[in-house]
Write a protein that binds this ligand. Sequence first.
Ligand code: BTN
Length: 273
Amino acid sequence: MTILPAVFTDLTPSAIAAACDRAGIAAPVFRTFDQIGSTNDAAAEWLRTAAPPAGSFVTTHDQVGGRGRLGRVWQTTPGAALTVSVIAYPAAASVGRLPLAGALAVVETLAGFGISAGIKWPNDVLVNERKVCGVLPEAQWDGDRLIGAVLGIGINVREDFTGTPLAATAGSLTPLTGIALDRADLLARLIGRITHWLPRLDDPALFAAWRARLLLIGQRVRVTHAASADTAAPVEGRALAVDADGALRLELADGMIQRVLAGDIMPTEPGGA
Ligand code: BTN
């Protein structure tokens, strides 16, 4: 008999079902694959063809065609990350709250493992100033009708970024904290937090809890790849606050206030996240 190392077995259907039991969450509907292109694509197809219940999810041991924000590639090593896409049916007016729910759910889940994390606007999760998780929500439309959404989450559990261009900004949970994590347990508890928030996207408590975890508010920052009402060029200023729609409010050098709807934020003074 061949005994595979734990890294190859911890996202099997039985491991996930057992972890859901341990986490005390009602058995969700899920699909898990040894290898897949993008869990977001698989979840989108599932949503369109079978409309599984909200909270159903797709995960994989090895995601080989992962996508990130702003058209980027999201690369992972087999067995070293948790990549999951959760199906949701938000109202069209609430779809913008999905990524907030995702990032908050990750921070809350990590807290349950004794890991302190914060959110770098808009929805990156950071531990010890390193990005450990990204969130990619994708609404699914049939013409102008919203038929659902996929909330993609990628968490670096054991990725090793040493010697890569990401070494200065990205990190993984176990190397950063010394805490060994079973991906199935991480997944089950994360699903528990996501399914807590999915029916509460319009609850002011969601926005308040997300905002309370935001890093860099009050600090000087540069926003690259900015999408704003005024310009797509990089902008610098003091991060004042976030508006109810999630836009970042920046105070520019001339005192003007600029709202930024999306982008990458970096601190420009020492000691930032
Ligand atoms: C980011 O750029 O920060 C977002 C990264 C999101 C990656 C996750 S991994 C699971 C899901 N499937 C994908 O192809 N992307 C998301």
